[in-house]
Ligand binder design. Structure first.
Ligand SMILES: *[C@@H]1O[C@H](CO)[C@@H](O)[C@H](O)[C@H]1NC(C)=O
Ligand SMILES: *[C@@H]1O[C@H](CO)[C@@H](O)[C@H](O)[C@H]1NC(C)=O
Length: 382
């Protein structure tokens, strides 16, 4: 979790609190009157919240797909509270993976669980009161006492001392920043897991659309590790283009930090998937006799078509003009003519993940549509 709260036990904070408590009386008069996190909702603009919530749709999908693929069970077993009571995904099943691929996918799965917690898909939210703020050893220290948790239980932590710190010595700005960090976990409330269709048929339909004909036998993402990696090629990349697209629209530095951190790991997942597939790019996917590279090229072309906003997606082996500096056919990572990551708007993403090419027409992996203000604003019922 990128924004987890650094905590220390009572014992290790004793020295700090001694320093702090001696300064409390001096500092409190200069601080705003209340530090209950509820009061900081306004710190993150509403437009940021919408943009931060939107990717939860994809994070839910990835968490379930990777958990089920590697373990044979999902969020309902691993972290039921993160589902916020949303319906279980349909069509999920354990994939037949070799130990290496299973190991990698399981790591992705738990990374997604962390992302959901951070985006606050029902994660626990601490409500605390500030005891004091002090500059000590060239750092700002904010000492708070947990007075309660919102959601997810955790009552046992009440009374625990939480310490935050940040680089000091450059004025009060640091304190403001830490207070805003405090707010995001309370402000981005998330939404329940949307209904997800992760059936072999849903992935099979994507592949059929990519090739413009029904593959025979139908493509099964869960049949073996190569199929599972090809199915995985379908997902994190879409999320990462969304993060690139969201970043310039964000206003708060804290939102930008969160999105940059999520982008970093999503891009990493995409790079690992592409890297593993690139090693096998010229191998034929059986029983179709179609190369791995061609699968990726077709999937990317399909996404460009559905997104309806030009070329923002490239397969593993491309015409030379699309490779790095227009010099190479190998394309282990996708990027624009300067090898800068492509961006997509939430609407482009909805067109792709609904498989409908239309953000108003749910389907594909989201039979009832995605959630959050942005996605819902395009649904007929909204
Ligand atoms: C999940 O939520 C329930 C009900 O809010 C709560 O009792 C339980 O402690 C929570 N579990 C975890 C692991 O947070
Ligand atoms: C899931 O997708 C498959 C393939 O499109 C479809 O046949 C099935 O009815 C879908 N299930 C739900 C619950 O939407």
């Amino acid at each position: 979790m990128a924004l987890s709260i650094p905590t220390t036990s009572m014992a290790t904070t004793t020295t700090i609190t001694t320093v702090v408590i001696s300064s409390i009386l001096l500092l409190l008069p200069f601080l705003p009157t209340s530090y209950c996190s509820e009061n900081y909702n306004t710190a993150i603009p509403g437009s940021d919240i919408d943009l931060l919530e939107f990717p939860l749709n994809l994070e839910y999908l990835e968490a379930e797909f990777f958990l089920w693929g590697s373990l044979g069970y999902g969020l309902d077993s691993i972290a039921p509270n993160l589902t916020m009571g949303g319906p279980p995904p349909v069509g999920t099943t354990k994939a037949r993976l070799d130990p290496f691929t299973k190991d990698v996918i399981l790591q992705f799965a738990f990374q997604e669980v962390g992302h959901l917690s951070d985006g606050s898909g029902g994660g626990r939210v601490v409500v605390a009161a500030v005891v004091g703020v002090v500059e000590w050893q060239r750092k700002w220290w904010v000492v708070m006492v947990v007075v309660g948790w919102k959601g997810g239980g955790g009552g046992g932590d009440v009374g625990r001392i939480v310490v935050w710190w940040g680089g000091g010595g450059d004025g009060g700005g640091r304190i403001v920043e830490m207070m805003i960090v405090w707010a995001i976990q309370n402000t981005v409330k998330g939404f329940p897991r949307p209904l997800l269709n992760l059936s072999a048929e849903a992935f099979g339909n994507v592949m059929n659309s990519a090739f413009g004909r029904a593959l025979n036998p139908a493509f099964d993402p869960y049949a073996n590790e190569l199929n599972f990696l090809l199915a995985s090629y379908v997902v994190p990349y879409v999320g990462l283009t969304g993060y690139v697209g969201a970043n310039p629209k964000l206003q708060s530095p804290i939102s930008k930090r969160l999105v940059a951190g999520l982008l970093a790991v999503e891009s990493g997942q995409d790079a690992v998937i592409r890297g593993l597939l690139y090693e096998r790019a010229r191998e034929k996917v059986q029983p179709y006799g179609i190369t791995v590279a061609k699968f990726t090229n077709r999937i990317s072309k399909l996404r460009n078509k559905l997104g309806n906003a030009g070329v923002k997606d490239e397969g593993l082996i491309v015409p030379t003009f699309q490779g790095a500096e227009g010099k190479l056919k190998g394309n282990v990572l996708a990027g624009d003519q300067n090898s800068v990551g492509y961006d997509r708007t939430p609407e482009e993403i909805l067109r792709i993940i609904y498989s409908s090419g239309d953000e108003h027409v749910p389907g594909g992996f989201y039979p009832k549509g995605a959630d959050g203000r942005i996605a819902k604003s395009h649904l007929p019922s909204a």
